[in-house]
Design a binder for this molecule. Structure first.
Ligand code: UD1
Ligand code: CA
Length: 474
């Protein structure tokens, strides 16, 4: 093999069933921070300088290929391993897809999402011109489940023994195999056919190439911390690895000027962007392509999906929003629900139990209590009173409510769409608006009130007597 700067081809093994996940979804498509597991080693390989990446697929092939083509362009291709005969066979399938290519094959597992480009770089650094196979190694007090590194009397790596094939003494070895290799393509081609199924699982083990390379005096190894190398075989490991990625993200965000008050309970998806000087309180979940602008404050329990929060906005506790935008300096919540298509301009105030859907709200407008604003176009400087409802749906179609600039809607009013309330108009409290309201007009639609002197006293006496009669009958 040649020096560390030479370009390499990465082969990511991702054809296995992942039986221990007990899932209908292929293991490598389970997500961490909302990205498929397999995307992490792919991204690490690309960041480390891989010229191309071949992902070996098998179980759930269509699903895996669809996920890959959604994320990557031509630099990531797939190779099929029709039958899962072991990691050695999987690597061979990957190699066939890039048969003519010489140089180094960096072979990774699709189930190691903590792997970093720096670890791959360290692996490549360990190689020299005589290296047939280089591998990362790591140590754990309890390396249960992993292949163990066997070294000879001079401390050179001699072989890898799978956990299930280990003797009692070998099982006590703390040095384990993370499954990250750089293999010289020529060595790979002449050795892979020699793999045998002589092991507990009856599979072709890629790890058996280590013994072969060692026999030619061509093994290199580099130690690397376990925290970047854990593999996922079951759901407990999935959750543990995601927690590790969350901690990594929290550290990066802090360095970028973001306060995550309680990183352990805060979820920030991998595609979320947060600008500096943002504060995020405990138990906030930011998902999808959510973006949070500088200086915003997101209080406890907010759940935002594909939402843009512009600079300086304040989200009070338990605001829930999807596919929406919140204007600069707005104040939303507590307990506001923005459903898809809610577009709020700057300085909008929405308060307790206000629900919006597919509604644009202009600058400085307010709806502070208990309202449903669905399919609306609301101008600027509008005040929507408590208990207002946009009656947007008649059981068949959905219609739009338009409130022009400066409109005032009194509490407990209903606007039966399609309807327009003109600029500066006033809707009296308790009105059911069924006709368009012209600009600067006042709409009032409710029964006229009458006050009957002394009637309350007489009514109470009558009701009291009636109750006494009924009691006497029992
Ligand atoms: C493997 C290593 C073990 C190492 C561990 C690190 C072998 C024989 N063992 O064990 O030494 O400590 O990884 O995490 O290599 N795969 C295929 N086709 C197959 C079989 C597996 O593509 O026929 C893929 C899987 O999808 C997975 C990866 O290879 O992404 C590793 O396979 P897995 O069965 O998880 O191997 P381990 O038992 O974890
Ligand atoms: Ca594994």
């Amino acid at each position: 093999m040649t020096g560390p700067a030479t370009p390499f081809t990465a082969i990511v093994l991702a054809a296995g069933q992942g039986t221990r996940m007990k899932s209908s979804l292929p293991k490598v498509l389970h997500t961490l921070l909302e990205r498929p597991m397999v995307s992490y080693p792919i991204d690490a390989a690309l960041a480390a300088g891989a010229e191309r990446v071949v992902v070996v697929v098998g179980v759930g092939r269509e699903q895996v290929e669809a996920a890959l083509s959604a994320r990557y362009d031509g630099r990531v291709t797939t190779a099929l391993q029709a039958e899962q005969r072991g990691t050695g066979d999987a690597a061979r399938c990957g190699r066939e897809a890039v048969a003519g290519v010489s140089g180094r094959l960096v072979i990774l597992c699709g189930d190691t999402p903590l792997l970093t480009a720096a670890a791959i770089a360290a692996l490549l650094e360990s190689t020299d011109a005589d290296t047939r196979l280089a591998l990362l190694t790591s140590t754990l007090d309890d390396a249960r489940g992993y292949g163990r590194i066997l070294r000879d009397g001079d401390g050179r790596v001699r072989a890898i023994r799978e956990d299930r094939d280990c003797t009692e003494a070998e099982r006590a070895i703390r040095e384990w195999n993370p499954g990250v290799y750089a293999i010289d393509a020529d060595f790979f081609d002449r050795s892979v056919a020699g793999l045998s199924t002589d092991n507990d699982q009856g599979e072709l083990y890629l790890t058996d190439l280590v013994e072969r390379a060692a026999a030619e005096g061509g093994v290199a190894d580099a130690a690397w911390p376990a925290e970047d190398l854990h593999g996922i075989n079951d759901r407990a490991a999935l959750v543990a690895c995601e927690a590790a990625l969350r901690r990594r993200r929290a550290t990066e965000l802090a360095a970028g000027g973001v306060t995550l008050r309680d990183p352990e309970t805060t979820f920030v998806g991998a595609d979320v962007v947060i600008e500096p000087d943002v504060t995020i309180e405990a138990q906030v979940h930011l998902r999808g392509k959510t973006r949070v602008g500088a200086g915003a404050h997101i209080d406890v329990g907010c759940v935002l999906t594909d939402t843009t929060v512009h600079a300086g906005a304040k989200l009070l506790p338990y605001t829930v929003s999807s596919e929406s935008a919140i204007g600069a300096e707005s104040r939303i919540g507590p307990f506001t629900h923005l459903r898809p298509g809610s577009e709020l301009a700057a300085r909008v105030h929405l308060g307790n139990f206000v629900e919006t859907k597919k509604t644009r709200i202009g600058e400085g407008s307010k709806a502070n209590h208990l309202a449903y604003l669905g399919d609306g176009v609301v101008g600027s400087g509008v005040n929507v009173g408590a208990g207002t409802i946009f009656c947007n749906y008649d059981g068949f179609g959905k219609y739009v409510t338009v409130l022009e600039d400066g409109v005032f809607i009194g509490s407990d009013s209903q606007l039966v769409a399609p309807i327009t309330v003109g600029k500066g108009a006033y809707v009296a409290t308790g009105t059911t608006v069924t006709m368009d309201v012209p600009a600067e007009a006042m709409a009032i639609g409710r029964a006229r009130q009458q006050n009957k002197a002394g009637l309350a006293t007489r009514l109470k006496e009558k009701l009291k007597a009636q109750a006494a009669r009924l009691k006497g009958k029992k």
